[in-house]
Design a protein around this ligand. Structure first.
Ligand code: ZN
Length: 76
């Protein structure tokens, strides 16, 4: 399968860190996806999208409290 974003790269299954934004928080979730070797665009399956929505839900409801690995700094 060819990438629909850059139209050059070959898309192959791999592991990526999906990024979810919840307000000013960013969640990094390791998932399986089809990744473009050229531009790095990741294509998620419906199942993975559901999983990511579940994670966002859990985080919003504070069902899960993953450790923070970094901070966001606002430079003005
Ligand atoms: Zn691409």
């Amino acid at each position: 399968m060819k990438c629909t974003i850059c139209k050059r790269g070959e898309v192959k299954p791999g592991k990526v860190q999906a990024e979810i934004k919840v307000g000013s928080d960013h969640l990094l979730v390791p998932v399986e996806a089809d990744v473009c070797a050229e531009c790095g665009e990741a294509y998620y399956s419906t199942e993975t999208m559901r999983h990511l929505e579940q994670v966002r839900d859990d985080f919003t409801r504070k069902t899960i409290a993953p450790p923070s690995i970094g901070h966001v700094y606002q430079v003005s």
